[in-house]
Structures are given as C-alpha cells and as structure tokens.
Design a binder for this molecule. Structure first.
Ligand code: 2PG
Ligand code: MG
Length: 404
C-alpha cells in the first residue's frame, strides 16, 4: 500500500506501509480485500479506494503542517477504535505521506520536520542475524536473535561491524554444514532447535569477526512468545521441546540473561499481564524488557502497562496503531516514564525509510530493522548513514541508549 500526498504548493510526499507476520492481538486492523481470486485474499483495493475517495475528500484544504489535525481527522473519519472501517494501512499511508509532504514544503529533512533539535542522538541498530518462529521454516521456536553494536563510535562503524559479523556467521554456518538461506527479516535460518544454539553461534560469529562480546557487540532477542502461547502454556511446536508454564518461561529467560550479555528481551511473555509484572520484577534490573505484542504501540495500553509495572521499554511500530501522531504519543509516554524505545520494522517491509527518520527525530535508543541481506532493510541503514553524514557534529551515535 503506497500513498502520494500532494499539497497546494506542489510539494509531494510518498509513503508505503509494511505488514507483520507475528501480530499482536490488539493491533489496528490492516484492511485486506479478502477476495481469494486476487493475491490470495491479500489485495488492498478497498484500502486504496478509501484513500482516493473518502479520505482524500476529507483532507482537502487542511494544513499538512498540522499533523495532529490531519491525524485527528483520519481517526474521526474512520470512527472505529481499531481503524477497522477504512483500514489502518490506508490511514497510516496518508498520515506518513502527509508528514513527508509537509517536510518537503518546509524544506526540511523528515527527522527535523518531525522534531527540531540542536543535537540528535542516533539509534543503535539491533540487527536480526538468526531468524526463527513465524519468520523461518526451521525448527527454532524463538523468532529473532540479534547483535547490538553498542561499542561502535558511529553509525557507519556500527554498520560495518554488523556486515562483518553477518558474514562471519555465514562462514561458520557453512563450515558446520548448515543452510545459509535467510528468513523473513534477512537473518540466516539454519535448522537449529534451541535458543542456546542460536546465541552460541552469534557469540562465535562476533569473535570470529574480531570484536569483543559485550564491550563491542552485545546481544538481544525477540522470542515473540505471543506466537507460542496457548492458554497459560508456551508450546515449542517447531522444535518439539517440552511445553513451559509462565514460571518456567521466566526461568528459561533468566538462564539466558545470566549466560549472555543481553541488551533486551522483547515479548518474553505473551498476553499475560500478571506474568509480565513477575518477569519485570525478576529481570527488569538486568536487561530491558521490551513490550511489542503486549503494548502494540497503543498509547492507552502503554499507559496502563507503565502504571502496572509491565516491562521497562517499548517497541514502536507505526502500523500497529495507524497514525504518526499516535505513534509519537506512544513514544512520548514511554520516554516520560523512563522507558527506552526500539523503533521497529515489520517482517513484511517495503523500501520506505520513514522509521529511520522517526528514530532519529524522537531520540530512540535502538532501531530494529533486520539484517543486511535485502534492500528493504538496507534502505533504512542507508538512510541512517545519510542522516549521520548530514548532521555531522550535531549527531551523537547511541547517546539515548547510553543515558542513565
Ligand atoms: C516483531 C516483528 C518485527 P512482525 O515481532 O517484532 O521484527 O515481526 O512484523 O512479524 O510482527
Ligand atoms: Mg516483536
């Protein structure tokens, strides 16, 4: 789904909307046609018709520089709590393209239009090198195993370290006779079974690439346990390992956090607020516990999570909530409560680089946007490199992540 917004002064903004495979239950609705004869039901003609019809009429004449007013109009027009009538994909495409058009009209780069600052912090990439779960056809139940180049001095160096580690990992996998094909987010998808096997491989790849584990490069993971949760149990169906209770899942995560330097664990538990609060009490002082499917970038849910002591960091995906304004609100609420933010891609991405600018604008600690294997992910890294170059001395890599 791609949208063009054209302003009266001729400025144009274009944006494309991504799509996820492992979605949170309370995400805004992505409108698909459901016509089995086109794209297996996944076509977006209805959403496109909404953009070109009802939405275009409702926005004509509004000031694009007033993002809040644009998004308020979109939300009111849709009229449902989860954007089910017009589709969050339709609304978000317009919202993002509108922001871009306004930036062009003001003669500003997108990040500066979203947030004017004297100095910017550049997010540390958290890079998915091994794929499992819903993102790969292997026997690994946990979804994402990532490297985080926390010791890199600049974005450019962080990306070089990442590329070198990614290739060192490929060599290790080949030597061990593993497949080196990749999963949805461009990380390798070898037929491993356990989280330990995956993390051990990352540790070896980091060392083979000539970096120090912990000092230079640390780790993170997204088990995406909402996909494993069935009732009050976590089932490891892909690997066929035993089923875990919430307490056992917390114990497993604790073992992994004890053993490996883990910047964060995302979605360590599924839709279980009581369990999340236990998990946070147990591990919250040792690692970031990032809420993705539990918070779904929804300001009201994040607010409730914060007041109940759930997690200590927020994953941010524009299309989970459906407008730029609500996304900025979700980030603001998180930062005000001392929660770090991780700006994230989706497993189904486009070449759109909005999230790179967003992460810089808001001073997010981390950005999660896949490996360096395919252009829809590399596009975001390239945009971060351009921003770093353009900002020069006005940018500090990793400042937000290092802040106490
Ligand atoms: C996640 C995302 C992105 P998906 O779970 O964090 O990595 O995956 O887009 O499939 O929800
Ligand atoms: Mg996730």
């Amino acid at each position: 789904m791609e949208v063009d917004v054209v302003l009266a002064d001729g400025s144009r903004g274009r944006a494309a909307v991504p799509s996820g495979a492992s979605t949170g239950e309370r995400e805004a609705l992505e409108l698909r046609d459901g016509d089995p004869l086109r794209y297996g039901g996944k076509g977006v003609r209805k959403a496109v018709a909404h953009v070109n019809g009802e939405i275009a009429r409702a926005l004509a004449g509004l000031d694009a520089a007033d993002q809040t007013a644009i998004d308020r109009r979109l939300i009111d027009l849709d009229g449902t709590p989860n954007k089910a009538r017009l589709g969050a994909n339709a609304l978000l495409g317009v919202s993002m393209a509108g922001a871009r058009a306004a930036a062009v009209s003001a003669g500003l780069p997108l990040y500066r239009h979203l947030q004017a600052r004297d100095r910017y912090s550049l997010p540390i990439p958290t890079v998915n090198l091994l794929n499992g779960g819903a993102h790969a056809a292997n026997a690994l139940d946990f979804q994402e195993f990532m490297m985080v180049p926390i010791g890199a001095p600049t974005m450019a160096e962080a990306i070089r370290w990442t590329a070198e580690t990614f290739h060192a990992l490929k060599a290790l996998l080949s030597q061990a006779g593993h497949l080196t094909s990749v999963g949805d987010e461009g990380g390798y998808a070898p037929n491993l079974r356990t989280a330990e096997e995956a993390l051990e491989l990352l540790v070896r790849a980091i060392e083979h690439a000539g970096y120090r584990l912990c000092g230079d490069i640390s780790l993170s993971m997204d088990p995406a346990t909402s996909e494993l949760q069935h009732g009050d149990r976590y089932e490891f169906r892909k690997s066929g390992q035993s089923t875990l209770t919430t307490a056992e899942m917390i114990a497993l995560l604790e073992r992994l956090v004890d053993r490996y330097p883990m910047v964060f664990v995302e979605d360590g538990l599924g839709d279980d607020w009581e369990g999340w609060s236990r998990l946070t009490r147990r591990l919250g002082s040792r690692t970031l516990l990032v809420g993705d499917d539990i918070f779904v970038t929804n300001p009201a849910i994040i607010h409730e999570g914060i007041s109940r002591g759930i997690g200590n960091a927020t994953l941010i995906k524009l299309n989970q909530i459906g407008t730029v304004t609500e996304t900025l609100e979700a980030i603001k609420i998180s930062h005000e409560a001392g929660y770090r933010t991780v700006i994230s891609h989706r497993s189904g991405e486009t070449e759109d680089t909005f999230i790179a600018d967003l992460a810089v604008a808001v001073g997010a600690a981390y950005i999660k946007t896949g490996s360096l294997a395919s252009s829809e992910r590399v596009a975001k890294y390239n945009q971060l490199l351009r921003i770093e170059e353009e900002l020069g001395e006005a940018a500090e890599f990793g400042a937000a992540a290092r802040q106490r």
